[in-house]
Design a protein around this ligand. Sequence first.
Ligand code: ATP
Ligand code: MG
Length: 278
Amino acid sequence: MAVSWTETQYQRLTELNAGEEIRSLSFPGSAERDRAFLEYEKKLRAAAKERLEKLRKEHRRPLLCRLKSRLTEVLTGCGFVEVSTPLLLAKGLLEKMSITGAHPLYAQIYWVDRGKCLRPMLAPNLYYLLTDLLRIWEHPVRIFEIGSCFRKESQGAHHLSEFTMLNLVEMGLPLEQCRTKMAEYASLVMEAAGLNDYRLVSKASEVYGETTDIVAGGVELGSAALGPHPLDENWGITVPWVGIGFGLERMIQAAQKSSSISSVGRSLSYLDGVRLNI
Ligand code: ATP
Ligand code: MG
């Protein structure tokens, strides 16, 4: 009977970014398997060291940082203004997003104080800023933020408790342009991330009623919503809008075909996707 990797071997190979073709191998017996493991481990460690060397000698910034810069460049080039808002969010702003006791996201909030939490999303801050900017600036107003968000997750291959979100919003555009712009901005971001193979899928959302997900390889990389929307009333916003939130680590994971999201996120064990215990 053919044998596959032991749990420890499989875990080590995953840490070292072994592809599915290696992780799914099977062998006639355990001696063959253990020999193969040592060989693959050696090769993968060498590849990891090479990648770290490249980071040090060539680009000097991990992919997450480089993607952030690339997206900033592309979006500012398209008329979006970058904003930088607080990581600490007042409970009142969550409530304005209808995230209260019964909402599924409520249980995922990290409270740092009774009235303050670590932001689980960028939308409340962007809504807040837009109430002023819509008054001051000529319409349409385009802004974006790229920054950390926090959610208590039961950790899986696609969830981090601390991740990087890009949220872009255009408000005050003609209603009939919203859907086209949604597709246009999704394409802009996906192309900047080196991802050409994706689909737009509509689904029901807890926060926005209906959202359109940007999906690649069966994984949600972003969620888009359109306004006017029932939540707008809480902010006094009456103009049409389009907004999309993307997860940068998920985009990198998809582009790199990596099996673990933790290797590409903020980490003390990995640097630029490379496990440091090599
Ligand atoms: P999921 O259903 O996959 O948990 P979501 O619909 O709750 O995601 P959104 O609120 O739509 O997530 O957030 C926008 C994007 O942020 C997601 O499409 C995803 O790319 C990313 N994202 C959300 N939660 C996480 C997480 N815990 N870790 C990494 N990325 C995340
Ligand atoms: Mg979503």
